[in-house]
Design a protein around this ligand. Structure first.
Ligand code: UD1
Length: 418
Protein backbone atom coordinates (compact mmCIF):
# COMPACT_ATOMS: atom_id res chain seq x y z
CA UNK A 1 0.00 0.00 0.00
CA UNK A 2 1.24 3.48 -0.83
CA UNK A 3 1.39 6.43 1.49
CA UNK A 4 2.14 10.12 1.05
CA UNK A 5 4.84 12.00 2.91
CA UNK A 6 4.28 15.74 3.04
CA UNK A 7 6.62 18.36 4.43
CA UNK A 8 4.39 21.33 5.28
CA UNK A 9 4.99 25.03 4.91
CA UNK A 10 5.51 25.55 1.17
CA UNK A 11 3.50 28.17 -0.71
CA UNK A 12 1.94 26.80 -3.88
CA UNK A 13 2.78 28.87 -6.93
CA UNK A 14 2.31 28.22 -10.64
CA UNK A 15 -0.20 26.72 -13.03
CA UNK A 16 -2.13 23.49 -12.85
CA UNK A 17 -4.64 21.79 -15.12
CA UNK A 18 -7.85 20.16 -13.91
CA UNK A 19 -8.50 16.59 -15.12
CA UNK A 20 -11.72 15.09 -16.43
CA UNK A 21 -14.58 14.63 -14.01
CA UNK A 22 -14.93 11.27 -12.27
CA UNK A 23 -18.61 11.74 -11.49
CA UNK A 24 -19.34 12.68 -15.08
CA UNK A 25 -17.18 9.97 -16.69
CA UNK A 26 -18.82 7.10 -14.78
CA UNK A 27 -22.49 7.65 -15.82
CA UNK A 28 -21.37 8.40 -19.40
CA UNK A 29 -19.46 5.11 -19.41
CA UNK A 30 -22.69 3.45 -18.20
CA UNK A 31 -24.55 5.07 -21.10
CA UNK A 32 -22.43 3.12 -23.58
CA UNK A 33 -24.35 -0.03 -22.56
CA UNK A 34 -27.47 1.42 -24.18
CA UNK A 35 -26.28 1.36 -27.79
CA UNK A 36 -24.52 -1.31 -29.83
CA UNK A 37 -21.27 -0.20 -31.44
CA UNK A 38 -17.98 1.46 -30.58
CA UNK A 39 -18.08 4.55 -28.36
CA UNK A 40 -15.22 6.99 -27.96
CA UNK A 41 -14.86 9.06 -24.78
CA UNK A 42 -12.26 11.81 -24.37
CA UNK A 43 -10.78 13.53 -21.30
CA UNK A 44 -11.45 10.44 -19.18
CA UNK A 45 -9.37 10.73 -15.99
CA UNK A 46 -6.96 7.96 -15.12
CA UNK A 47 -8.37 6.89 -11.79
CA UNK A 48 -9.01 3.74 -9.84
CA UNK A 49 -12.81 4.25 -10.11
CA UNK A 50 -12.59 4.54 -13.90
CA UNK A 51 -10.45 1.38 -13.94
CA UNK A 52 -13.06 -0.41 -11.80
CA UNK A 53 -15.89 0.76 -14.07
CA UNK A 54 -13.91 -0.39 -17.13
CA UNK A 55 -13.46 -3.80 -15.48
CA UNK A 56 -17.20 -3.90 -14.84
CA UNK A 57 -18.02 -3.08 -18.49
CA UNK A 58 -15.51 -5.74 -19.61
CA UNK A 59 -17.10 -8.31 -17.31
CA UNK A 60 -20.42 -7.51 -19.02
CA UNK A 61 -18.86 -8.38 -22.39
CA UNK A 62 -17.85 -4.90 -23.63
CA UNK A 63 -14.40 -4.33 -25.10
CA UNK A 64 -12.83 -1.43 -23.20
CA UNK A 65 -9.57 0.04 -24.37
CA UNK A 66 -7.59 3.02 -23.22
CA UNK A 67 -6.05 4.39 -26.43
CA UNK A 68 -3.89 7.06 -24.76
CA UNK A 69 -4.30 10.75 -24.07
CA UNK A 70 -7.33 10.19 -21.87
CA UNK A 71 -9.32 8.53 -24.64
CA UNK A 72 -11.29 5.42 -23.90
CA UNK A 73 -13.11 3.29 -26.44
CA UNK A 74 -15.96 1.04 -25.38
CA UNK A 75 -17.20 -1.60 -27.79
CA UNK A 76 -20.64 -2.58 -26.55
CA UNK A 77 -21.70 -4.47 -29.67
CA UNK A 78 -22.37 -7.50 -27.52
CA UNK A 79 -23.44 -7.74 -23.91
CA UNK A 80 -23.13 -11.11 -22.19
CA UNK A 81 -24.62 -11.98 -18.80
CA UNK A 82 -26.00 -8.70 -17.35
CA UNK A 83 -24.48 -9.23 -13.92
CA UNK A 84 -22.47 -6.80 -11.78
CA UNK A 85 -20.68 -8.94 -9.21
CA UNK A 86 -20.15 -8.14 -5.52
CA UNK A 87 -16.36 -7.94 -5.95
CA UNK A 88 -16.68 -4.89 -8.21
CA UNK A 89 -19.71 -3.22 -6.63
CA UNK A 90 -18.27 -3.38 -3.11
CA UNK A 91 -15.24 -1.30 -4.14
CA UNK A 92 -17.32 1.31 -5.95
CA UNK A 93 -20.94 2.14 -5.25
CA UNK A 94 -21.27 3.97 -8.57
CA UNK A 95 -21.39 0.47 -10.15
CA UNK A 96 -25.14 0.70 -9.50
CA UNK A 97 -25.21 2.96 -12.59
CA UNK A 98 -25.19 -0.10 -14.85
CA UNK A 99 -28.56 -1.25 -13.49
CA UNK A 100 -30.81 1.10 -15.51
CA UNK A 101 -28.99 0.67 -18.84
CA UNK A 102 -28.75 -3.13 -18.48
CA UNK A 103 -32.47 -3.53 -17.84
CA UNK A 104 -33.24 -1.17 -20.71
CA UNK A 105 -31.04 -3.09 -23.14
CA UNK A 106 -31.25 -6.71 -21.93
CA UNK A 107 -34.63 -6.79 -20.19
CA UNK A 108 -32.97 -7.99 -17.00
CA UNK A 109 -30.03 -7.28 -14.72
CA UNK A 110 -28.49 -8.64 -11.58
CA UNK A 111 -26.42 -6.14 -9.63
CA UNK A 112 -24.91 -6.72 -6.22
CA UNK A 113 -26.60 -4.60 -3.58
CA UNK A 114 -24.08 -1.97 -2.50
CA UNK A 115 -23.55 -2.18 1.23
CA UNK A 116 -23.11 0.75 3.58
CA UNK A 117 -19.98 2.76 3.20
CA UNK A 118 -17.79 4.91 5.42
CA UNK A 119 -19.89 8.02 4.91
CA UNK A 120 -23.31 6.51 5.60
CA UNK A 121 -25.92 3.90 4.74
CA UNK A 122 -26.39 5.23 1.18
CA UNK A 123 -29.39 3.14 0.16
CA UNK A 124 -30.52 2.72 -3.46
CA UNK A 125 -34.24 2.46 -2.69
CA UNK A 126 -35.10 5.43 -4.91
CA UNK A 127 -33.32 3.88 -7.92
CA UNK A 128 -35.39 0.71 -7.38
CA UNK A 129 -38.67 2.48 -6.70
CA UNK A 130 -38.32 4.33 -10.01
CA UNK A 131 -37.63 1.12 -11.93
CA UNK A 132 -40.62 -0.58 -10.29
CA UNK A 133 -42.85 2.31 -11.34
CA UNK A 134 -41.54 1.79 -14.86
CA UNK A 135 -42.95 -1.72 -14.72
CA UNK A 136 -39.88 -3.68 -13.67
CA UNK A 137 -40.05 -6.55 -11.25
CA UNK A 138 -37.44 -5.94 -8.56
CA UNK A 139 -36.32 -8.62 -6.14
CA UNK A 140 -33.53 -8.68 -3.62
CA UNK A 141 -32.04 -12.12 -3.16
CA UNK A 142 -28.71 -13.40 -1.86
CA UNK A 143 -27.31 -9.87 -1.67
CA UNK A 144 -28.22 -9.12 -5.29
CA UNK A 145 -30.81 -6.86 -6.87
CA UNK A 146 -32.64 -8.81 -9.58
CA UNK A 147 -34.55 -6.67 -12.03
CA UNK A 148 -36.66 -7.88 -14.91
CA UNK A 149 -38.75 -5.98 -17.41
CA UNK A 150 -39.72 -7.07 -20.86
CA UNK A 151 -39.97 -3.40 -21.86
CA UNK A 152 -39.80 -0.49 -19.44
CA UNK A 153 -42.64 1.99 -19.75
CA UNK A 154 -42.56 5.76 -19.37
CA UNK A 155 -44.10 7.00 -16.11
CA UNK A 156 -44.20 9.92 -13.70
CA UNK A 157 -41.55 9.45 -10.99
CA UNK A 158 -41.30 11.70 -7.96
CA UNK A 159 -37.99 11.29 -6.11
CA UNK A 160 -38.20 11.73 -2.33
CA UNK A 161 -34.66 13.15 -2.48
CA UNK A 162 -32.80 14.55 -5.51
CA UNK A 163 -30.35 11.64 -5.59
CA UNK A 164 -27.59 12.13 -8.17
CA UNK A 165 -26.90 8.58 -9.34
CA UNK A 166 -30.60 7.77 -8.82
CA UNK A 167 -31.62 10.50 -11.28
CA UNK A 168 -28.91 9.30 -13.68
CA UNK A 169 -29.92 5.64 -13.44
CA UNK A 170 -33.57 6.40 -14.16
CA UNK A 171 -32.73 8.80 -16.96
CA UNK A 172 -30.54 6.10 -18.56
CA UNK A 173 -33.31 3.52 -18.21
CA UNK A 174 -35.99 5.86 -19.57
CA UNK A 175 -34.19 6.58 -22.85
CA UNK A 176 -35.29 3.21 -24.28
CA UNK A 177 -38.64 2.93 -22.47
CA UNK A 178 -41.95 3.12 -24.30
CA UNK A 179 -43.53 6.53 -23.87
CA UNK A 180 -42.58 9.50 -21.75
CA UNK A 181 -40.95 9.53 -18.33
CA UNK A 182 -41.05 12.56 -16.07
CA UNK A 183 -38.58 12.62 -13.19
CA UNK A 184 -39.65 15.16 -10.58
CA UNK A 185 -37.40 16.46 -7.81
CA UNK A 186 -34.53 15.36 -10.04
CA UNK A 187 -30.93 16.18 -9.14
CA UNK A 188 -29.63 19.42 -10.70
CA UNK A 189 -25.93 18.52 -10.59
CA UNK A 190 -23.87 19.53 -13.66
CA UNK A 191 -22.89 15.87 -14.09
CA UNK A 192 -26.59 15.02 -14.60
CA UNK A 193 -26.79 17.74 -17.26
CA UNK A 194 -23.67 16.33 -18.94
CA UNK A 195 -25.18 12.86 -18.99
CA UNK A 196 -28.34 14.26 -20.62
CA UNK A 197 -26.16 16.00 -23.23
CA UNK A 198 -24.30 12.78 -23.96
CA UNK A 199 -27.55 10.80 -24.23
CA UNK A 200 -29.00 13.40 -26.59
CA UNK A 201 -25.91 13.05 -28.74
CA UNK A 202 -26.72 9.35 -28.89
CA UNK A 203 -30.22 10.18 -30.15
CA UNK A 204 -32.21 10.34 -26.89
CA UNK A 205 -35.02 12.85 -26.47
CA UNK A 206 -34.60 14.66 -23.16
CA UNK A 207 -35.49 18.08 -21.86
CA UNK A 208 -35.47 19.85 -18.52
CA UNK A 209 -32.00 18.65 -17.49
CA UNK A 210 -30.56 21.12 -14.99
CA UNK A 211 -34.06 21.68 -13.55
CA UNK A 212 -35.91 19.50 -11.06
CA UNK A 213 -38.23 18.14 -13.79
CA UNK A 214 -36.52 16.03 -16.41
CA UNK A 215 -38.63 14.69 -19.24
CA UNK A 216 -37.43 11.76 -21.34
CA UNK A 217 -39.29 10.45 -24.35
CA UNK A 218 -38.25 6.87 -25.04
CA UNK A 219 -36.81 5.97 -28.45
CA UNK A 220 -36.40 2.63 -30.26
CA UNK A 221 -32.61 2.71 -30.31
CA UNK A 222 -29.54 4.87 -29.69
CA UNK A 223 -26.30 5.42 -31.58
CA UNK A 224 -22.68 5.06 -30.45
CA UNK A 225 -21.32 8.09 -28.62
CA UNK A 226 -18.36 10.39 -29.12
CA UNK A 227 -17.98 12.68 -26.13
CA UNK A 228 -15.43 14.69 -24.19
CA UNK A 229 -15.86 14.53 -20.43
CA UNK A 230 -16.17 17.85 -18.54
CA UNK A 231 -13.46 18.93 -16.09
CA UNK A 232 -13.81 17.88 -12.46
CA UNK A 233 -15.32 20.62 -10.29
CA UNK A 234 -14.36 18.84 -7.06
CA UNK A 235 -10.72 18.45 -8.10
CA UNK A 236 -10.76 22.12 -9.14
CA UNK A 237 -12.23 23.08 -5.75
CA UNK A 238 -9.62 21.02 -3.92
CA UNK A 239 -6.82 22.78 -5.83
CA UNK A 240 -8.42 26.15 -5.05
CA UNK A 241 -8.41 25.36 -1.33
CA UNK A 242 -4.79 24.16 -1.60
CA UNK A 243 -3.77 27.53 -3.02
CA UNK A 244 -5.90 29.43 -0.49
CA UNK A 245 -4.54 27.55 2.53
CA UNK A 246 -0.89 27.86 1.56
CA UNK A 247 -1.07 31.61 0.76
CA UNK A 248 -0.48 30.42 -2.76
CA UNK A 249 -0.86 32.04 -6.16
CA UNK A 250 -2.12 29.41 -8.57
CA UNK A 251 -3.67 29.61 -12.02
CA UNK A 252 -6.15 26.77 -12.34
CA UNK A 253 -6.58 25.88 -15.99
CA UNK A 254 -9.54 24.06 -17.49
CA UNK A 255 -11.54 25.03 -14.41
CA UNK A 256 -15.34 24.52 -14.61
CA UNK A 257 -15.91 27.73 -12.58
CA UNK A 258 -19.41 28.19 -13.97
CA UNK A 259 -20.47 25.32 -11.68
CA UNK A 260 -18.51 26.44 -8.66
CA UNK A 261 -20.32 29.52 -7.34
CA UNK A 262 -20.90 28.13 -3.86
CA UNK A 263 -17.24 27.18 -3.38
CA UNK A 264 -15.91 30.42 -4.88
CA UNK A 265 -18.30 32.48 -2.69
CA UNK A 266 -17.16 30.73 0.49
CA UNK A 267 -13.49 31.13 -0.44
CA UNK A 268 -14.13 34.83 -1.04
CA UNK A 269 -15.78 35.19 2.37
CA UNK A 270 -12.73 33.53 3.89
CA UNK A 271 -10.49 36.17 2.32
CA UNK A 272 -9.21 34.29 -0.73
CA UNK A 273 -9.01 36.15 -4.05
CA UNK A 274 -10.53 34.18 -6.91
CA UNK A 275 -10.30 35.93 -10.28
CA UNK A 276 -11.11 34.85 -13.79
CA UNK A 277 -8.30 35.53 -16.24
CA UNK A 278 -7.14 34.37 -19.65
CA UNK A 279 -6.61 30.64 -19.52
CA UNK A 280 -8.19 29.94 -16.15
CA UNK A 281 -9.02 30.99 -12.63
CA UNK A 282 -6.37 32.56 -10.43
CA UNK A 283 -6.57 31.78 -6.73
CA UNK A 284 -4.49 33.89 -4.36
CA UNK A 285 -4.55 32.99 -0.69
CA UNK A 286 -3.63 35.25 2.19
CA UNK A 287 -3.56 35.10 5.99
CA UNK A 288 -5.42 35.52 8.22
CA UNK A 289 -8.06 33.13 6.91
CA UNK A 290 -11.49 34.34 8.04
CA UNK A 291 -13.81 31.73 9.48
CA UNK A 292 -16.97 30.98 7.50
CA UNK A 293 -19.93 28.71 8.16
CA UNK A 294 -20.69 25.99 5.66
CA UNK A 295 -23.79 23.90 5.08
CA UNK A 296 -23.80 21.20 2.42
CA UNK A 297 -26.76 20.82 0.07
CA UNK A 298 -27.52 19.24 -3.27
CA UNK A 299 -26.42 21.43 -6.23
CA UNK A 300 -26.37 24.42 -6.51
CA UNK A 301 -25.71 24.35 -2.75
CA UNK A 302 -22.28 23.81 -1.27
CA UNK A 303 -21.13 20.31 -2.36
CA UNK A 304 -20.73 17.64 0.30
CA UNK A 305 -17.69 16.49 -1.73
CA UNK A 306 -15.94 19.78 -0.76
CA UNK A 307 -16.91 19.74 2.92
CA UNK A 308 -13.81 17.97 4.26
CA UNK A 309 -11.44 20.21 2.28
CA UNK A 310 -13.14 23.39 3.54
CA UNK A 311 -12.99 22.03 7.07
CA UNK A 312 -9.22 21.59 6.74
CA UNK A 313 -9.02 25.24 5.71
CA UNK A 314 -11.20 26.36 8.63
CA UNK A 315 -8.80 24.61 11.03
CA UNK A 316 -6.38 27.46 10.19
CA UNK A 317 -8.93 30.29 10.40
CA UNK A 318 -9.17 33.08 12.95
CA UNK A 319 -12.49 32.22 14.56
CA UNK A 320 -15.28 29.70 14.88
CA UNK A 321 -16.80 27.92 11.92
CA UNK A 322 -19.95 25.82 12.01
CA UNK A 323 -20.01 23.11 9.36
CA UNK A 324 -23.31 21.36 8.77
CA UNK A 325 -23.47 18.19 6.70
CA UNK A 326 -27.01 17.63 5.43
CA UNK A 327 -26.39 15.17 2.56
CA UNK A 328 -24.69 12.21 4.24
CA UNK A 329 -25.20 11.20 7.85
CA UNK A 330 -21.67 10.19 8.71
CA UNK A 331 -19.32 12.34 6.73
CA UNK A 332 -17.04 13.59 9.49
CA UNK A 333 -14.56 10.71 9.50
CA UNK A 334 -11.73 13.13 8.77
CA UNK A 335 -12.33 14.99 12.05
CA UNK A 336 -10.53 12.46 14.24
CA UNK A 337 -7.53 12.52 11.88
CA UNK A 338 -7.45 16.33 11.63
CA UNK A 339 -7.49 16.41 15.44
CA UNK A 340 -4.34 14.28 15.43
CA UNK A 341 -2.76 17.22 13.62
CA UNK A 342 -3.80 19.62 16.37
CA UNK A 343 -7.13 20.80 14.95
CA UNK A 344 -9.76 21.91 17.44
CA UNK A 345 -13.07 20.44 16.24
CA UNK A 346 -16.17 19.32 18.08
CA UNK A 347 -18.78 17.16 16.38
CA UNK A 348 -22.39 16.88 17.39
CA UNK A 349 -24.48 14.85 14.95
CA UNK A 350 -24.57 16.71 11.65
CA UNK A 351 -22.69 19.72 13.01
CA UNK A 352 -18.96 20.25 13.39
CA UNK A 353 -17.67 23.29 15.21
CA UNK A 354 -14.18 24.21 14.16
CA UNK A 355 -12.10 26.59 16.25
CA UNK A 356 -9.34 27.95 14.09
CA UNK A 357 -5.73 27.57 15.18
CA UNK A 358 -2.60 29.35 14.06
CA UNK A 359 -0.77 26.12 13.35
CA UNK A 360 -1.38 22.50 12.60
CA UNK A 361 1.33 19.96 13.33
CA UNK A 362 2.39 17.14 11.04
CA UNK A 363 1.42 13.64 12.19
CA UNK A 364 0.79 10.16 10.80
CA UNK A 365 -2.86 10.08 9.70
CA UNK A 366 -5.09 7.67 7.88
CA UNK A 367 -7.35 8.34 4.90
CA UNK A 368 -10.89 7.06 5.50
CA UNK A 369 -12.69 7.99 2.31
CA UNK A 370 -12.04 9.83 -0.91
CA UNK A 371 -12.63 13.46 0.07
CA UNK A 372 -11.44 12.90 3.66
CA UNK A 373 -8.06 11.90 2.22
CA UNK A 374 -7.90 15.14 0.25
CA UNK A 375 -8.53 17.14 3.45
CA UNK A 376 -5.62 15.40 5.18
CA UNK A 377 -3.31 16.18 2.26
CA UNK A 378 -4.38 19.84 2.41
CA UNK A 379 -3.77 19.97 6.17
CA UNK A 380 -0.36 18.38 5.58
CA UNK A 381 0.57 21.15 3.14
CA UNK A 382 0.38 23.75 5.92
CA UNK A 383 1.29 21.72 9.01
CA UNK A 384 4.62 22.07 10.80
CA UNK A 385 6.94 19.19 9.97
CA UNK A 386 6.04 15.94 8.29
CA UNK A 387 2.58 14.47 7.69
CA UNK A 388 2.26 10.86 6.67
CA UNK A 389 -1.05 10.01 4.99
CA UNK A 390 -1.63 6.28 4.74
CA UNK A 391 -4.38 4.26 2.97
CA UNK A 392 -4.24 6.63 0.03
CA UNK A 393 -5.99 4.12 -2.22
CA UNK A 394 -9.03 6.23 -1.27
CA UNK A 395 -7.36 9.27 -2.83
CA UNK A 396 -6.40 7.30 -5.95
CA UNK A 397 -10.07 6.43 -6.50
CA UNK A 398 -10.91 10.00 -7.40
CA UNK A 399 -7.87 12.22 -7.96
CA UNK A 400 -5.63 11.91 -11.00
CA UNK A 401 -1.95 12.35 -10.02
CA UNK A 402 -2.82 14.80 -7.21
CA UNK A 403 0.59 14.60 -5.56
CA UNK A 404 2.34 15.19 -8.89
CA UNK A 405 0.21 18.28 -9.54
CA UNK A 406 0.88 19.64 -6.04
CA UNK A 407 4.62 18.92 -6.42
CA UNK A 408 4.72 20.92 -9.66
CA UNK A 409 3.25 23.83 -7.70
CA UNK A 410 6.06 23.63 -5.16
CA UNK A 411 4.69 21.30 -2.50
CA UNK A 412 7.11 18.89 -0.89
CA UNK A 413 5.16 15.70 -1.26
CA UNK A 414 6.15 12.20 -2.25
CA UNK A 415 4.56 8.79 -2.59
CA UNK A 416 6.29 5.87 -0.90
CA UNK A 417 5.46 2.18 -0.57
CA UNK A 418 4.33 1.22 2.90
C1 UD1 B 1 -23.16 11.19 -5.87
C2 UD1 B 1 -21.67 11.38 -6.14
C3 UD1 B 1 -20.94 11.64 -4.82
C4 UD1 B 1 -21.58 12.81 -4.08
C5 UD1 B 1 -23.09 12.61 -3.93
C6 UD1 B 1 -23.79 13.82 -3.35
C7 UD1 B 1 -21.28 10.04 -8.11
C8 UD1 B 1 -20.68 8.82 -8.71
N1 UD1 B 1 -21.18 10.18 -6.79
O1 UD1 B 1 -23.30 10.04 -5.05
O2 UD1 B 1 -19.58 11.96 -5.13
O3 UD1 B 1 -21.02 12.88 -2.78
O4 UD1 B 1 -23.68 12.35 -5.22
O5 UD1 B 1 -23.54 14.94 -4.13
O6 UD1 B 1 -21.81 10.88 -8.81
N2 UD1 B 1 -30.34 8.32 -0.94
C9 UD1 B 1 -31.42 7.57 -0.52
N3 UD1 B 1 -31.94 6.65 -1.39
C10 UD1 B 1 -31.46 6.45 -2.64
C11 UD1 B 1 -30.35 7.23 -3.06
C12 UD1 B 1 -29.82 8.15 -2.18
O7 UD1 B 1 -31.88 7.71 0.61
O8 UD1 B 1 -31.99 5.61 -3.38
C13 UD1 B 1 -29.72 9.31 -0.02
C14 UD1 B 1 -28.28 8.95 0.35
O9 UD1 B 1 -28.21 8.04 1.40
C15 UD1 B 1 -27.71 10.30 0.72
C16 UD1 B 1 -28.47 11.25 -0.23
O10 UD1 B 1 -29.59 10.53 -0.69
O11 UD1 B 1 -28.00 10.62 2.05
C17 UD1 B 1 -27.65 11.73 -1.42
O12 UD1 B 1 -27.12 10.63 -2.11
P1 UD1 B 1 -26.95 10.59 -3.69
O13 UD1 B 1 -27.26 11.90 -4.28
O14 UD1 B 1 -27.68 9.39 -4.20
O15 UD1 B 1 -25.40 10.31 -3.81
P2 UD1 B 1 -24.73 9.36 -4.87
O16 UD1 B 1 -25.49 9.46 -6.14
O17 UD1 B 1 -24.49 8.02 -4.29
Amino acid sequence: MDKLLIEGGRRLIGEVEVSGSKNSALPIMAATILAEGVHRLGNVPELKDVETFSALLSSLGCGVESVGDGTLTVDSTEIGEPVAPYELVKTMRASILVLGPLVARCGRARVSLPGGCAIGARPVNLHLKGLELMGAEVRIEHGYIDVRAEKLKGVHIYLDYPTVTGTENLMLAATLASGETLIENAALEPEVVELARALKKMGATIDGEGTDRIRIRGVEGLNPLEYTVMPDRIEAGTLMVASAMTRGNVLIKNCPHEYMDSVVTKLGEAGTEVEKEDGGIRVVGSYPIRSVDIKTYPYPGFPTDMQAQMMAMMCMSTGLSVITETVFENRFMHVAELKRMGADIMVDGRYAIVKGRERLSGAPVMATDLRASASLVLAGLVADGQTEVSRIYHLDRGYERLEEKLRCLGAEIKRVKE
